[in-house]
Design a protein around this ligand. Structure first.
Ligand code: ADP
Ligand code: MG
Ligand code: MG
Length: 942
């Protein structure tokens, strides 16, 4: 069998084949073919590396012969000879895989140096010091990398010489010292390896190539690939780039530098870079001397600068991407040593995308693909000023992104009070509960000492787009004392703190932040994404304000409007409680009558804000006891009341008792007598008794309603069926709001959605109710109200019965939060706090299914429901409204299974829009096999 070709000259290799040549090699090949001045050289392919690994670490047969042949060509090109003392050729030996990967072998420079060629180098550079220094570095690097001699042994020798000279700086060493060091190094290598340092350049080259190949399987590189999920499809083996050395340190007509074709920090279309005169490449990186901005070259080396400007244009014109390249100038001649796609920050990606489309360098599709949804996220939140250098006092979980400062406040009522005064607030709690909701509204950010990334605090904060750090365990809160401690930092209520929910960090004091930048160029890019995507994007929004914001961010409707948020408002909660605690039907009806106009107004506000777009309103979902105080809270109040009652009974006699104890009190007891009279009066009115009775009644009710497992308890449609008055009121409020707005000429598209449905019978029951209310409302308004009726799909049985559900439903909306809980039989809070982290760590589960939609299980249920639902009703509209709706991978999945839309929290709208466009553009692309179950894709299932 004939050997494959393992070695390619730069000019003969196919620069588009990164997998074979590695990124660096492909770049060098491509640039050579484009006619850019790349020093001659050749590439040993990644295939040779794989062969080496498979072949018990032996180079493939014939490889070195191939190397030799190519080397000859390079010698001819350069007019120099490898190993020649008169006119020596030196090489750099550089590793490079398909994806850039730290942890592999460092570049060996000046390969080919030995005792004889050293003389040649001295001749060429007329700089003995430089030549010896180069030799010293080469022996050290080669000794360490290719021969495995420990670096610290070289350092010891170096340090001893420096000590003798009386300096700490390498730069103070003179020729003689350096030549002495080289001698000692060579001695060390002989001692450690048993053989002299290889003077034969060919042997040096062979050992260097082997060293590069070994480093591919080295511990650091393997760990890096594992950590960043670099699969063999992405990068398999490293190539070796053997490149003629050029010297940027041959005097003042020599230089070296690094440049970007555009500013990688801002995206501005300016030449950006740094250079050093009379220096070698590594000096720029090492920071020994401070490099100058590239613009100064205009004056210092005008000819080279003009050439570089040309290179800049040529590179972008060819690669259609911002390039990051390295160059060296040897005696007035420019060489390009590397190019790759520039790493830009999110803002720079946005700006360059827009501009490169205008310059016709790329198409809109490519512009949209350049921005990753995850990177976009950086742009959508307030961040801590990147120039700020302070250290956090604690780190918790990054539960909701963004940064905010404010006064630390330890309960929701106080937060509301302080917030109303116009102060900024960070709500600091051990954990939060639904009754803290007003505190969230008043706060800039949330900090909790307990709870995971999906604790109540985290979920609510994300929904509101407020920063949250949760599970900050070092935080010790004393809510009674209104203070907290983090290690030995003391925080009193009212002290300023800053939370960074993107990183989970907590800072003391007010840290400067920078605003999110939804700038015009980002809007342009998002509009292009909208042109591309076919998946609809809606928002989860519960208030007119949120609806307005959602519109601004491009929502095409509301996919989930939760009505319980409305019940929780401060002015509603007492009435809601009245309704729940009502002893009779009449009493309940009374409370409900009070709620009706309020709900109607809520809906009118939201419909108006979303005029022209659909609004899905979910009927009440949570179990009713969530609106009541907890049993513990009530019991403790009762205890207090009873204590007061007891105190009252003994109060009557207190002044007599005091007089008896000491007659001299007589004078001063007048005041006390007054108080006692007042107390007796209160007592006679039996106010305390009444209160106690009321609290006892509430407590009894709360205990009665207590559920073992509220998540699976009396909630959703079950509630609607047992208390039809509540659903009836909500339906009426929706339809009346719709009717009134229609009269005003506002275009509305209400959608009534029923939660927690598990059988079509439930849905049919609610449908009858809706029909009845519809007739009742349409009559007085003399109008036909257009609306849609549908169901959440969040119960496993509902998926199985989707065909029947579709008989009454105009639409489905997957509630993937509950559906995930139901599919795994995981209670989310318990899972995330107890075992999910371990599951992830052990790779029993790849991701947290509450963050990343589990396409293999939950996804498959969704596919079944879609197929059966649409069999009954082909035009069935189907969306997803769980938190997953804003997660890029889940958006992609939603697109691929034919959903009509995703609905996500308002702040994530731009991400969903972008992700939906990516999904469309990636259609037909092969999916990473391990992510998608072959059962689900490709093979016809269900
Ligand atoms: P990295 O992957 O760390 O960028 P490189 O292989 O690009 O490693 O090399 C490191 C340094 O060596 C760079 O500064 C580069 O400019 C310099 N270098 C590499 N090859 C040569 C060469 N043939 N001539 C001169 N300098 C070189
Ligand atoms: Mg490197
Ligand atoms: Mg480099």
């Amino acid at each position: 069998m004939k050997n494959p070709k393992y070695v390619y000259l730069f000019e003969e290799a196919d620069g588009s084949n990164k997998k074979l040549l590695g990124g660096k090699g492909a770049g060098l090949a491509e640039m050579t073919r484009m006619g850019l001045p790349v020093p001659p050289g050749f590439i040993v392919t990644t295939e040779a590396c794989l062969q080496y690994s498979e072949n018990k670490k032996k180079l493939p047969k014939g490889l070195m012969e191939e190397v030799q042949t190519n080397l000859k060509t390079v010698e001819e090109k350069t007019g120099k000879n490898f190993g020649s003392p008169q006119n020596p050729l030196f090489f750099s030996v550089r590793s490079g895989a398909a994806t850039s990967m730290p942890g592999m072998m460092d570049t060996i420079l000046n390969l080919g140096l030995n005792d004889k060629t050293l003389e040649g180098l001295i001749q060429i550079t007329s700089d003995g010091r430089f030549a010896y220094d180069a030799y010293r570095r080469f022996i050290q690097l080669f000794g360490k990398i290719a021969l495995g001699v420990e670096e610290k042994e070289f350092e010891q020798i170096l340090n001893k010489v420096k000590e003798k000279v009386g300096t700490r700086e390498d730069t103070d060493l003179e020729v003689d010292h350096l030549s002495d060091i080289c001698e000692q190094y060579l001695g060390l290598i002989k001692k450690r390896t048993g053989i002299p340092f290889p003077q034969d350049p060919m042997i040096q080259l062979k050992l260097a190539i082997e060293a590069v190949f070994k480093s591919w399987m080295g511990k650091r590189a393997v760990a890096y690939r594992k950590e960043f999920n670099i699969t063999p499809e992405m990068a398999n083996g490293t190539a070796v780039n053997v490149c003629t050395m050029v010297f940027g340190n041959m005097g003042f007509d020599s230089a070296t530098g690094v440049a970007f074709t555009r500013d990688p920090g801002t995206g501005e279309n300016v030449f950006y870079g740094e250079y050093l005169v009379n220096a070698q490449g590594e000096d720029v990186v090492a920071g020994i001397r401070t490099p100058k901005p590239i613009q100064e070259m205009k004056k210092e080396m005008p000819k080279i600068y003009r050439e570089l400007e040309r290179v800049r244009k040529t590179l972008e014109g060819h690669f259609h991407e911002v390039q990051d390249f390295e160059f060296t100038v040897e005696k007035g001649i420019l060489y390009i040593l590397q190019t790759r796609n520039g790493k830009l920050n999110a803002q720079a990606i946005v700006q360059t995308s827009k501009e490169m489309v205008a310059e016709k360098l790329i198409k809109k599709d490519q512009a949209v693909m350049r921005l990753k949804p995850q990177e976009l996220e950086q742009l959508l939140h307030k961040r801590i000023d990147p120039n700020f250098k302070g250290k956090p006092i604690a780190v918790g979980l990054p539960a909701s992104p963004g940064a905010a400062s404010g006064k630390a406040i330890f309960d929701a009522d106080e937060a509301e009070r302080v917030g109303k005064l116009g102060d900024k607030v960070i709500l600091v709690r051990e954990e939060t509960k639904p009754e803290d909701i007003h505190g969230f509204f008043a706060s800039q950010g949330i900090l909790t000492s307990r709870g995971g990334k999906t604790s109540h605090a985290a979920v609510v904060a994300r929904g509101m787009g407020k920063p949250c750090v949760s599970g900050c365990e070092e935080l010790r809160i004393d809510p009674k004392g209104r203070e907290a401690n983090i290690k030995n930092v003391h925080i009193k209520e009212g002290d300023f703190i800053t939370v960074d929910g993107s990183r989970g960090e907590v800072y003391l004091g007010e840290v400067p932040t920078v605003d999110p930048e939804i700038r015009k160029d980002l809007l342009t890019l998002l509009n292009w994404a909208d042109e591309i995507r076919t998946l609809g994007v809606r928002a989860n929004a519960d208030t007119p304000e949120a609806a307005n914001k959602a519109r601004q961010l491009g929502a095409e409707g509301i996919g989930l409007c939760r009505t319980e948020r409305m019940f929780n408002a401060a002015d509603r909660l007492p009435i809601v409680r009245e309704m729940i605690l009502a002893g009779s039907k009449e009493k309940r009806a009374e409370a409900i009558t009070k709620l009706l106009p309020m709900q109607r107004n809520d809906f009118k506000g939201i419909f108006r804000a979303m005029a022209g777009l659909p609004v899905t309103i979910r009927l009440l979902d949570p179990p009713l006891h969530e609106f009541l105080p907890s049993a513990e809270e009530l019991a403790s109040k009762l205890r207090n009341l009873k204590e007061v009652e007891e105190a009252f009974s003994t109060m009557e006699n207190i002044s007599d008792a005091m007089k008896y104890l000491d007659p001299s009190f007589r004078e001063s007891l007048g005041l006390l007598d007054h108080v006692v009279t007042d107390i007796i009066e209160i007592k006679e009115k039996r106010l305390d008794k009444k209160l106690i009775r009321k609290q006892q009644e509430t407590l009894r009710k709360v205990k009665e309603m207590m559920e073992i497992n509220p998540m699976l308890g009396h909630r959703g449609v079950r509630l609607g069926i047992t208390y039809p008055e509540i659903y009836k009121m909500q339906i009426q409020a929706i339809l009346e709001a719709a009717a009134e707005l229609m009269k005003e000429g506002v275009h509305i598209q209400p959608e009534i959605m029923v939660p927690q449905v598990c059988t079509a019978q439930e849905l049919k029951w609610v449908y009858q109710l809706v029909k009845k209310v519809q007739r009742e409302v349409e009559k007085p308004y003399k109008i036909q109200i257009p609306f849609k009726f549908g169901t959440m799909i969040e119960v496993v049985r509902a998926c199985m019965r989707a065909g029947r559900m579709a008989e009454v439903a105009d639409f489905f909306s997957f509630g993937t939060n509950d559906l995930t809980q139901a599919t795994f039989s995981f209670s989310r809070e318990d899972a995330e706090n107890k075992f999910l982290p371990l599951y992830n760590q052990r790779k029993i589960l790849q991701d947290n299914p509450f963050e990343v939609l589990d396409v293999k299980g939950v996804g498959r249920l969704m596919m079944i429901a879609i197929e059966w639902g649409r069999k009954t009703k082909p035009d069935l509209k189907i969306g997803i409204c769980g938190e997953h709706g804003g997660h890029p991978e889940s958006v992609e999945f939603s697109h691929s299974i034919g959903l009509s839309y995703v609905s996500c929290s308002v702040p994530r709208l731009p991400i969903a829009r972008l992700a939906a466009a990516h999904a469309k553009l990636k259609e037909g692309e092969k999916r990473p096999s391990e992510k998608y179950d072959p059962d689900v894709f490709g093979i016809p299932t269900v």
